[in-house]
Design a protein around this ligand. Structure first.
Ligand code: C2E
Ligand code: CA
Ligand code: CA
Ligand code: CA
Length: 277
């Protein structure tokens, strides 16, 4: 039990203790989950705003344990803290590459597959090495993989990871800043980053057409286009949101209005269906 002596008073926080223990257990569980192939990916389509044709997807990790499924919001933060995100991230990159190769064998073209990569991976792992391994192993073409990094990455971290992002970019990956509008990246810094896409955070889409959300969505569109970036809106749930975003110049949409994250076979069915229309 964690005990501290504060001016002679014994402080004991059972809640803190419980949390610590749970995190340690979760960390072990993640490690064995990787070995036992309990992680898999779902693929959520991304749609071109003007043609309404699919352009690719975002890969979202899922965890099926023997005791039931656990959602990423519950384990990604612990995986990041414990650095288990590094082996897990390597696994995720391989799963995506393997799936792209499977689709190719079925003569199905999935468009780009965006993979979420956290700052911890970029700072302490070898994302570039993983990317190269996967490209080589599954014979991927430039542009087939997009890397999404969350904007909660601090400016200092961004500075440190810029060389690796540049390597990835030079090797043909496109790079998106995820959850844009919620984090710290200053406008001047954005210009220096080897970024190709901006993803407006879901929270602003949700609040459309409220005036604040509208102003932010508009400002981000203007900024993105001034820097020649492709701008994506995530969490699009209604036709009304889509039409506001379209009028603001958003290039790509993703959200339940089109499809939720899908199993690989559902994803190819979805694309084949929508492409025939
Ligand atoms: P994110 O990258 O911002 O992903 C978008 C989340 O919004 C996903 O939740 C997705 O299922 C959900 N979503 C998509 N469309 C809609 C919609 O129209 N409405 C609503 N309400 N939600 C929608 P999910 O899959 O639970 O993932 C949560 C977060 O966990 C992700 O947020 C990302 O930060 C993290 N994550 C997921 N997969 C990975 C991964 O493979 N690696 C890493 N490092 N993080 C991941
Ligand atoms: Ca994402
Ligand atoms: Ca996001
Ligand atoms: Ca998010």
């Amino acid at each position: 039990a964690k005990q501290e002596k504060l001016s002679g008073i014994e402080v004991f926080d059972p809640e803190l203790d419980k949390k610590l223990l749970e995190n340690i257990q979760m960390e072990k569980k993640i490690s064995s989950g990787i070995k036992n192939n309990e992680f898999f990916l779902l693929y959520q389509p991304k749609i071109d705003a003007s043609t309404e044709q699919p352009v690719g997807c975002e890969a979202l990790v899922r965890w099926q344990t023997p005791q039931g499924s656990i959602f990423p919001d519950q384990f990604i933060p612990i995986a990041e803290e414990s650095k288990q995100i590094i082996p897990l991230g390597t696994k995720i990159m391989h799963l995506a590459g393997e799936q792209i190769a499977k689709w190719r064998e079925q003569h199905f073209t999935p468009g780009h597959v965006a993979i979420n990569v956290s700052a911890v991976q970029l700072l302490h792992g070898d994302v570039y090495g993983d990317y190269q391994d996967v490209v080589e192993r599954y014979n991927l073409s430039p542009g087939e993989i997009q890397i999404e990094i969350t904007e909660s990455t601090t400016l200092q971290q961004l500075e440190l990871i810029t060389p690796m992002l540049t390597q990835l970019r030079d090797a043909g990956a496109t790079i998106a800043i995820d959850d844009f509008g919620t984090g710290y990246s200053s406008l001047s810094y954005l210009k220096e980053l080897p970024v190709t896409h901006l993803k407006l955070d879901r929270s602003f889409v949700k609040d459309l057409p409220e005036s604040d959300a509208l102003a932010i969505a508009k400002a981000i569109s203007g900024l993105g286009h001034a820097l020649n970036l492709i701008i994506i809106a995530e969490g699009v749930e209604t036709k009304e949101q889509a039409s506001y975003l379209k009028s603001l110049g958003y290039d790509q949409f993703q959200g339940y209005l089109y499809a939720k994250p899908l199993q690989p076979e559902q994803y190819s069915d979805f694309l084949n269906r929508i492409s025939q229309n």
